[in-house]
Design a protein around this ligand. Structure first.
Ligand code: C2E
Ligand code: CA
Ligand code: CA
Length: 733
């Protein structure tokens, strides 16, 4: 027999304390059933609970310790074993016993000695019964499970339903909220918003739209923008924008519109497609009022390209225009234009003497005057300061350009009334007519500038056409600047000394230190040729410092060599004077040299006094307090009057050599010198005559009781090496 059939065999437990009985029963059953055996009630229970649960138990009643009834009762009272059918096997049985047996849970009885066929039949039927019962129980169990399962599913389903219902309620509340938000956003947005449908008709508009344009949604007939709101151009722009948005593209434009009340407004419009399931259904257009911004932009634009003072174009605008014309000329070589660069002569004097406000007023008047000399299409600009520029477009002859330049020169030379005073200035003009060779506005302006400087050099109040030879002298200027930077460290600068004498006693008072540049290739360069460059570039500051130090040093040397304590005049440029630490530095140099300040005289030009600022005046007093002497150089060439001098702590004036030179043959000059001297005396200011070149001049000055003299007739400026001999010689006179 195979395992599998054995497995199918039902299990029967035989319980009997008499082995012989077991043998008999086992013999009958062994063929059809799997048999297990117990020889006491306890053993039977052990087998049942060991997990080897039998399908049927043949139980002997009469057993020591625990009888069959007891075993049956125990098994029946336990739910896990109560289903096992029990058949009692007994020798003698009466009805009372039988009742006890059935009560204890027996299903049947077999009598001893056992009859094999009956036993088999009874066992078989009991097992069959059990099988049915088990099957039934399984079915019931299965059904119960199924019911339980369905029940659970039902509960779950119900829970789900409740959840869904809750979600739905929440979602609808949320949707309502969102809708309200968006409605609020739309209706009360500070932007003017319209919703436009696929047919370009307006579906709705908000309060912002009403605020901006004055139209309520209900007023929009045919659901279109009112014709008076948009002109043709704006209409086109907006339609274009909406069309693009309908095609799915967000766009923005700026345009002018008209308010219902008739005034113009500038708006920016942003169109944005509204897509539902990926398809554009409508378009939102957001309008924003940008009128203020536009006005501001216009103002900025104007400011960026116009000169605030005169209202005419500024340098930036001029250069831009110029560049445009150069571009045009590149494409059309027959196109001609010219550039005029205008610089006012002596403007600085007006500014210095009458003040900045007067200067500004003059600039405005001049701009007006120049404008009158131009044609409608010509452009006038102020490049800065007292510099103007003109763009003459479309000129076909040099004659025409000359005529215009001439007109401007004449106009600038006319009298202007400024601050109730008549002011006369003039203009120097540089002209560039051959503009073909230029790539940039800057290079063109630079050449016009060069030509202008030539006009100034040739006596001002005139115009000059640019020519390429002007480049050469400009180049000289440029190289000079580079070389001057190195001159100091290379010790190429030297001081020459020109004596100043006391005229009445014909004794030596001191010297004026005059700077020279020993240029390696150019030889001795006079100060007129490099001091202006030094001033422009700021190199005058280190140079000025050096002059002061060197001047002090040499004065001490003179005293050591000759025993005479003389004075040293030092020229100071305005820029140098305006340095914050000028007084301190000077003080330091004087004391380092071991000098007393009284022996140093600083020469300033008149224009310094015109820079009548509190700070400048305070500095002059600080210098006086320090003890140095102060002189006004080239007196008579500027605008200052003698009475003006009173306000400043001035010790001396140096009468300009042009007056002294003219004394010999001009009675008028003699008179001027005489009155200057008289006034100086009355103000207790001493005087020096500059540029004394002849005996006669010196005699006249002596006659007019002019205190001191300086000039070629007395002695030319001399190098340090000649100084000792000169002093010794002069002392012997
Ligand atoms: P300035 O201060 O008026 O100097 C006097 C100028 O007149 C000197 O010219 C001198 O050589 C010249 N001169 C003297 N006597 C006569 C004369 O009888 N006839 C003629 N025709 N000229 C005479 P220089 O040395 O060429 O100096 C020119 C200018 O350069 C000076 O004019 C002064 O403004 C400036 N300068 C010279 N040295 C310095 C300096 O160290 N610092 C500054 N900031 N400027 C200086
Ligand atoms: Ca001088
Ligand atoms: Ca002078």
């Amino acid at each position: 027999m195979t395992d599998s059939t054995e497995c199918l065999k039902e299990k029967i437990l035989i319980v009997d304390d008499t082995p012989a009985n077991i043998d008999v029963l086992g013999g009958i059953l062994v063929r059809d059933y799997e048999i297990s055996v117990a020889i006491s009630g306890h053993m039977a229970l052990d087998i049942v609970y060991s997990g080897e649960t039998p399908d049927l138990i043949l139980l002997d009643i009469m057993m020591p310790e625990m009888d069959g009834y007891e075993v049956a009762r125990r098994l029946k009272s336990d739910q896990s074993t109560s289903h096992i059918p029990i058949i009692f096997v007994t020798a003698k049985i009466d009805e009372a016993d039988e009742a006890v047996g059935f009560e204890a849970g027996a299903v049947d009885y077999i009598r001893k000695p056992v009859n094999a066929p009956i036993t088999l039949a009874r066992i078989k039927s009991q097992l069959e019964l059990k099988r049915y019962r088990d099957q039934l129980a399984r079915m019931v169990e299965k059904k119960t499970d199924q019911v339980k399962h369905s029940q659970r599913a039902l509960v779950e389903e119900k829970q789900k339903l409740t959840q869904v219902q809750g979600d739905l309620e929440e979602k609808s509340a949320q949707a309502h909220k969102t809708q309200t938000y968006f409605r609020e956003l739309f209706m009360n947005s500070p932007y003017g918003i319209v919703l436009i449908g696929r047919d370009q008709k307006i579906l709705n508009s908000n309060k912002g739209f009403f605020d901006l344009f004055g139209y309520a949604y209900s007023e929009l007939s045919y659901n279109e923008f009112p014709a008076s709101m948009l002109d043709g151009r704006s209409q086109e722009k907006i339609e274009d924008l909406v069309q693009k948005a309908l095609e799915g593209r967000t766009g923005k434009t700026e345009t002018g519109c008209r308010h219902k009340n008739g005034f113009d407004i500038q708006v920016s419009a942003l169109a944005y497609p509204v897509k539902i399931d990926g398809v554009v259904q409508a378009v939102f257009v957001f309008y924003e009022d940008i009128t203020q911004r536009k006005l501001f932009e216009q103002k900025l634009h104007h400011q960026a390209f116009h000169d605030a003072l005169t209202g005419i174009a500024n340098r930036r605008y001029f250069t831009e225009q110029l560049n445009t014309l150069l571009q045009i000329q590149k494409k059309n070589s027959r196109f001609r234009f010219a550039v005029l660069l205008i610089d006012l002569d002596r403007f600085k004097n007006v500014n210095d003497s009458l003040g900045h406000q007067a200067g500004d007023q003059l600039l405005k008047l001049v701009a007006e005057k120049i404008k009158q000399c131009l044609r409608n299409n010509d452009l006038l600009a102020r490049l800065g300061g007292d510099e103007f520029a003109v763009l003459l477009s479309d000129v076909d002859s040099d004659e025409l350009i000359s005529a215009i330049a001439e007109r401007i020169t004449k106009a600038a030379a006319s009298a202007f009334m400024v601050s109730g005073q008549e002011v006369r200035i003039s203009a120097s003009i540089g002209v560039v007519t051959h503009t073909q060779g230029y790539d940039t506005a800057d290079s063109l302006i630079r050449d016009a500038d060069l030509a202008m400087y030539h006009a100034k050099d040739s006596g001002k109040a005139q115009f000059q056409f640019f020519s390429s030879r002007m480049h050469k002298s400009a180049l000289t200027c440029l190289t000079l600047e580079t070389e001057l930077r190195k001159a100091l460290e290379r010790r190429e600068l030297v001081l020459y000394f020109q004596p100043i004498i006391d005229i009445a006693s014909d004794t030596l008072e001191g010297f004026e230190a005059l700077i020279r540049w020993h240029h390696p290739s150019r030889g001795l360069v006079p100060p007129d040729q490099f001091i202006p460059i030094a001033e422009e570039t700021g190199l005058i500051l280190p140079i000025g410092d050096w002059v002061i130090r060197e001047g002090c040093r040499k004065l001490v040397q003179i005293k050591e060599d000759t025993g005479q304590l003389l004075t040293m005049n030092l020229n100071v440029s305005i820029r140098q004077f305006l340095q914050n630490d000028f007084v301190d530095k000077l003080k330091c140099e004087i004391s380092n040299a071991g000098l007393t300040p009284q022996n140093i005289k600083l020469e300033f030009t008149e224009s310094l006094l015109m820079k009548y600022t509190q700070q400048a005046v305070r500095k002059l007093y600080a210098l006086r307090d320090l003890g140095v002497k102060l002189a006004i150089d080239d007196f008579g060439t500027g605008y200052s009057s003698l009475s003006y001098l009173q306000q400043f702590p001035i010790d001396q004036i140096k009468i300009d050599r042009s007056f002294i030179n003219a004394m010999d043959n001009k009675e008028e000059s003699r008179k001027i010198v005489k009155s200057i001297l008289a006034l100086a005396r009355s103000l207790n200011i001493s005087a020096v005559a500059e540029g004394v070149e002849t005996r006669s001049q010196l005699d006249q000055l002596s006659h007019l009781s002019c205190g001191s003299g300086q000039g070629y007739f007395i002695a030319k400026p001399m190098p340090w090496e000649d100084l000792y001999d000169f002093i010794v010689q002069y002392g012997k006179k």
